[in-house]
Design a protein. Sequence first.
Length: 278
Amino acid sequence: MFINISVIIPSYNRRDLLKRTLLSVYSQTLLPAEVVVIDDGSTDDTGVMLRREFPQVRYFHQENLGVSAARNLGIQQATGDWLAFLDSDDEWLPEKLANQKAALATNPEYKVCHTEENWIRNGTQVDVPKKYAKTGGWIFTHCLPLCAISPSTVLIHRSVFTDIGLFDPQLPACEDYDLWLRIAANYPVLLIEHAQINKHGGHEDQLSMAFWGMDRFRISALQKIIASDQLSEQNQQAAITMLVKKAHIYLAGVTKRGKTDEINYYRQLIKRYVIDAA
């Protein structure tokens, strides 16, 4: 099976971490056709480092527009039929791409493939909580509570983006949650059950540490997919149920913090979806 893979790496002020990430790509037993790095307005001489140490990388610089805009530019600039995403603080294990190619050759009906992962926190491997265990097949309902796919594990055929659209640049966080909902509503997902990446965490510039109340972005993504008219009746009801659950949790948080405008908004939101589901 011939497979033409472009690797897309968004990066913002992670020059030194990016070196480790790129070395893991160029250590693959199956090398990609190209590596595209989108520099999202870095001020740490990322471009200088790349030109000096990784001249083969296709490098693009944009003003600081966020990870969604960076990934979208990467999709637009990449030439491969298959697109692999890799966060600039993660690293692939050497046979990641080869194992995905083999799995897709055996299951040619799939256009999306992801893998299990190792979690590294502050340099030490930790157990992955059970709620983050990956699954395959038609996984829409599995995607509702939290991100069920990690960007650094996924390999997606370009035609999927033509069908369901790109990352949403209006979401400052949980943009991947939004994408996985749209993908999982329309495509089955192939899973490689053994870890193929080291997912690093614990550093201060992670998006999950930058925002309080991440569920408000997931609620926005749920509103979009519910209004899209692309869900089965069963998936529609599951999405509404999850939206109401998350809205109740978030409402409790803003009530505790005395955020009057948000309290009123989420009370009305819950009321509307409960009525619609009745």
